[in-house]
Design a protein around this ligand. Structure first.
Ligand SMILES: Nc1ncnc2c1ncn2[C@@H]1O[C@H](COP(=O)(O)OP(=O)(O)OP(=O)(O)O)[C@@H](O)[C@H]1O
Ligand SMILES: [Mg+2]
Length: 352
């Protein structure tokens, strides 16, 4: 007898994290996928011939970027005023990731969707309507809260989500965070890439690294504090290869986020009851792709030394924390209660 996956007729649940750079999806059937939040449309008829389709998503879109017009729908927060093409691209991206997550299964889907904490109410509303086209139930919540849910730390903790589009510092106090419990810094990983590109090109005559190269260098070698090693790379200036030392530029750029994060942690700390502040300081978590910058947790802890014993840790899988928390919540809170819980959405009964 073969071991078939047991679908037990339970409705398919999805946890989705929509991000500026990457969208993560996990399902109640064990499906997991991380996709760049990019949609590409062929530039012309030749490009359509090359690709064999009229829209391309994620890694495939990035791989063929010269043949495509690319949209990064989450970069502008999906706000209603962010433009019709951007809206359409966002909707097609959501449809695509949900359809892949189905893995051929039909039937109703309920999804909890994590969005960046800075997402405006208008953009959330837009997203709610978008999700209603593909899901029977959808609940949209800020990513840091769902990461806290995944960590099972729903009170007295501080979360720092270092994404591509921004950094959010969030005080978790037992319920979905209010605007005053969150500090949003607009300078996230994308900003670091721009800064690194500018600094490297300025310091090394004739060298012009691209934003993609800057991001790749940051992701592979990024650090704060004392350099773990010299970062010497072979790069091309005017087509000719040469060895360049980028250690100082990388340290300066990555280190620039530390003082801002420390400042926001310090400003949110007094919002906890005085008797809870010590516990909150012991539970500071870094999440989001930027939390992988080496030595970041140590430098943030050092920056907070005036506040007594502090423990800063990085979550295990920063790429998936928001989606995993979303799936957990979807499994634990019956969809019928989502309406009351937040910005919920229900489609009319089939055939009604
Ligand atoms: N190893 C790494 N070191 C440093 N930065 C990294 C690393 N891996 C990924 N990143 C950066 O993390 C960012 C993507 O993280 P994440 O997926 O959490 O963002 P997002 O959720 O798409 O963005 P946002 O939450 O701002 O909408 C990018 O800027 C990426 O370059
Ligand atoms: Mg994010």
């Amino acid at each position: 007898m073969t071991n078939q996956p047991d679908h037990d007729n339970s409705p398919l649940l999805l946890g989705i994290k929509l991000g500026t750079a990457r969208t993560a999806v996990v399902s109640s059937r064990g499906y997991r996928q991380l996709t760049p939040s990019v949609v590409g449309y062929p530039r012309d008829i030749i490009a359509i011939r090359l690709l064999g389709k009229t829209q391309v998503f994620g890694d495939q879109a990035l791989a063929h970027k010269s043949a495509l017009v690319l949209y990064h729908p989450l970069r502008d927060g999906l706000a209603a005023d962010s433009g019709k093409s951007n809206y359409n691209a966002g909707s097609e991206l959501l449809q695509q990731i949900i359809s892949e997550a189905r893995q051929g299964e039909s039937g109703d889907i309920s999804a909890v969707i994590a969005v960046p904490a800075r997402t405006s109410p208008a953009a959330r509303q837009t997203l709610q309507q978008m999700a209603a086209q593909f899901c029977r139930n959808a609940l949209i919540l800020p990513e840091p809260y769902l990461v806290a849910y995944h960590l099972n730390r729903l009170a007295n903790c501080l979360l720092v989500d270092i994404g591509a589009g921004g950094v959010t510092v969030c005080a978790i106090k037992g319920s979905a965070p209010l605007p005053q419990d969150q500090a949003v810094l607009p300078r996230g990983g994308d900003y670091l890439d721009q800064q690194l590109q500018a600094l490297v090109n300025q310091h090394h005559q004739g060298l012009h690294i691209s934003l993609t190269q800057a991001r790749q260098i940051k992701e592979q070698y990024g650090y704060v504090g004392a350099a773990p090693e010299q970062v010497q790379l072979t790069l091309r200036a005017k087509g000719k290869p040469g060895l360049y030392d980028l250690t100082d530029e990388l340290g300066a750029v990555c280190g620039s986020i530390v003082p801002e994060v420390v400042e926001q942690l310090a400003s949110l700390l007094p919002s906890f009851d005085p008797e809870d502040q010590e516990t909150a300081l012991q539970h500071i978590y870094l999440t989001g792709g930027g939390s992988r910058i080496r030595r970041l947790a140590g430098m943030i802890a050092e920056g907070m030394h005036e506040y007594g014993p502090v423990r800063v840790s990085c979550v295990d899988e920063p790429e998936y924390g928001g989606a995993e928390g979303a799936l957990q919540l979807a499994a634990e809170l019956p969809p019928a209660d989502w309406q009351e819980f937040g910005l919920a959405n229900r489609l009319p009964e089939a055939g009604s």
